[in-house]
Design a protein around this ligand. Sequence first.
Ligand SMILES: Cc1cc2nc3c(=O)[nH]c(=O)nc-3n(C[C@H](O)[C@H](O)[C@H](O)COP(=O)(O)O)c2cc1C
Length: 174
Amino acid sequence: MAIPRPVPTGRASPFADDEIIVTKTDPRGRILYANETFLTVSRLTLAAVLGQPHSIVRHPDMPRCIFEMMWKTIGAGGEFFGYVKNLASNGDHYWVFAHVTPSRDATGTITGYHSNRRKPEEAQVARIEPLYRRLLAAEAAPSDRKTGQRQGAELLAAFLAERGLPYEQFAFSL
Ligand SMILES: Cc1cc2nc3c(=O)[nH]c(=O)nc-3n(C[C@H](O)[C@H](O)[C@H](O)COP(=O)(O)O)c2cc1C
């Protein structure tokens, strides 16, 4: 059963510096494993998340192009590092610095994905937020979603090209 999307409260969900949020998914991003920290910070139960798409914690402030880039990277077998704002079931949010990697079987085929996240510093969030706001605005400007997604991706590519950095290196430089 689909869980109704909560209305964001603007409050931060408690997530301590020494905690790590872990989830594992199938190749389509459906949750197969979630640690206690993920469940506590997201205010969800294991029964509610198992088998659900990971977008269950998607925050409306997150630009689509960031997830698009993440899926392109991990789908091609790469590792992704990046900042993500998530939504807890009570509408509170939490920022993470995520590391997402593919899991493979003995033949090398991707069998799913694994993500570890820690809490970013406030200063890092303050530096990534303006970029995400610009990307979100670029995505929302056209009336059709596809054009919006393309405009967001183009803005992100131009922003990174100006700095001469791929997204992951930019994320680490914050
Ligand atoms: C291992 C793994 C972890 C993910 N973690 C998150 C997450 O914490 N928050 C999130 O919004 N999306 C996460 N995603 C991405 C979602 O699958 C999805 O692409 C994203 O929420 C955008 O959803 P939408 O395309 O339905 O808008 C994760 C995907 C994978 C494979």
